[in-house]
Design a binder for this molecule. Sequence first.
Ligand SMILES: C[S@@+](CC[C@H](N)C(=O)[O-])C[C@H]1O[C@@H](n2cnc3c(N)ncnc32)[C@H](O)[C@@H]1O
Length: 265
Amino acid sequence: MDWSVGEYELTAAQLLPAAKILVDLAAPKPGEVVVDVGCGTGNAALLAAVTGAKVTGVDPARRLLEVARARAKDEGLDVTFVEGTGEAIPLDDGVANVVVSSFGVMFSPDVPAAVAELDRITATGGRILVTSFPPEGPMMKVMGAAIEELSRVLPPPPASNDRAEKPFGWHDEADVRTAFEPRGFEVTVTRHQLPMRATSVQAHLERLEKHPSAITGLQAVPDAKRTEVAGRIRRRMTEVLETVNEDPAAFLITSPFTIATIRRR
Ligand SMILES: C[S@@+](CC[C@H](N)C(=O)[O-])C[C@H]1O[C@@H](n2cnc3c(N)ncnc32)[C@H](O)[C@@H]1O
């Protein structure tokens, strides 16, 4: 999926409080090298740079890297942004005292490769902190509804019928331990809450419709059916958003998220 399409910036603004919790927990010291994997528009990278750390952000989406560079310039911060993925990080072995990934590496399609890369770039005594959304919670419920509507008209992803094992979960301490303990890391997973507000259900829905995954999903629908499917998704998402809304006068949902803290022993 191309994360450069649409207006991911709107979602990034909502995820900023989670990036703040992540960077506070990572607690980079001035002069430490921090790498933000899947940095997007730079939420965690910029917060880390404010602490005096030397920061590099890595992301596959070129447009988001441009936005991140512009934000760094506006804030007078010296941050390097480079193109790459969690499975192929274009940095040297052992460079990072701290690796953070704010809902970034959770999108890696090749978890063993991403685990190997995070291990490879982490220095002796270094730490890796990864945020992720567990499958439950209002935000995932809304996304699940949209995916269900899309799956009525799109063919199933290749090999999905053969997938007997449950997918790796960065929110799941047992999964993260299995991946990192044999590599000499200690793992803890903590749970946090992310409130997301809007002036109304409609305003939140409009923001979601500009998310890269919404645009990419609809682009995959045959032209003749796109308008009808978009309408069906909108109605279904509105229904679910109204059910999960915690603020009848406006819009509020509180979504759980996790931070896996992975320290080299
Ligand atoms: C939900 S956004 C999070 C962006 C940013 N960290 C934030 O907190 O706003 C997901 C990001 O992961 C990036 N991404 C997608 N595939 C990736 C991969 N294989 N490895 C690393 N990042 C990836 C996307 O380009 C996007 O910027």
